[in-house]
Design a protein around this ligand. Structure first.
Ligand code: SAH
Length: 227
């Protein structure tokens, strides 16, 4: 059983995009996860396959129709038997963080709805139990890049995807801290040397130094993480 992602989108040609190369692409090829796109247009109404309409009560923009989205969601079968969470990419949602990414990565997959225009009819959110997920406090033109970011963060946590399993657990946020600075050769560059401790070979001292640096950075840049 591998992580199964089903994406409902008006723009299936945007996928797999960056998820088709590097780590995620290799994992996709090897079957560590799967990706299916559902073209919302196919569920559109009338001769023009219309998926949206003007907002009730007036106002700017267009809203994705509940009936069209509902039928698209209902067309999806679950490859793993159990129910996968149904997510709607939305700036009103729970803001994505590493804890949530980890929680999703431990599941069997996700159905991800990508919004467009002003958003989606509230009734389909309620009737199909869509969990709204935001990638941050800014507005994108569509849910697709948000879905790709969400999947990128999930896929690298799946078993067997990262070559070096260790490297996943030391990242920023995993220990509630930002990560310490990194250095590599050359030993000296533009008059700047690598901190001496890192070339001392004393692993205990190095770990202490890295921890101190991580705490200092977090205090300076993201004191909210220390609470
Ligand atoms: N009118 C909406 C914004 C619509 S943006 C509002 O003010 O809340 C169009 C679509 O882009 C949304 O339906 C959503 O799917 C996606 N989107 C925009 N910003 C996003 C964010 N920060 N996180 C996740 N999805 C986002």
């Amino acid at each position: 059983m591998s992580f199964a992602a089903s994406i409902i989108t008006l723009y299936p040609e945007m996928f797999p995009g960056h998820l088709g190369v590097s780590l995620a692409g290799k994992a996709l090829e090897e079957g560590a996860w799967s990706l299916e796109t559902i073209a919302l247009r196919e569920f559109g109404k009338g001769r023009h396959k219309q998926v949206d309409d003007t907002p009730s009560g007036g106002g700017a923009g267009m809203v994705l129709r509940a009936d069209v989205l509902g039928e698209a969601i209902d067309s999806i079968s679950d490859p793993n038997g159990g129910a996968r969470p149904r997510l709607l990419m939305s700036p009103r949602g729970r803001v994505l963080d590493q804890t949530y990414v980890r929680e999703l990565a431990e599941g069997t997959g996700a159905v991800i709805v990508c919004g467009r225009f002003e958003g989606v009819d509230q009734r389909v959110i309620e009737a199909r139990g869509l969990m709204e997920v935001s990638i941050g406090d800014y507005i994108l033109s569509g849910g697709e890049p948000a879905a790709m970011i969400l999947l990128d963060a999930i896929v690298r946590l799946l078993p067997g995807v990262m070559g070096n399993e260790q490297s996943g657990t030391h990242e920023s946020f995993e220990a509630g801290l930002l990560e310490h600075p990194h250095y590599t050769r050359p030993q000296e560059w533009e008059g700047m040397a690598i901190p001496e401790i890192l070339t001392s070979g004393n692993h205990k001292k190095i770990a202490e130094w890295q921890r101190e640096q991580a705490e200092k950075l977090t205090r300076e840049r993201r004191p909210d993480l220390l609470k």
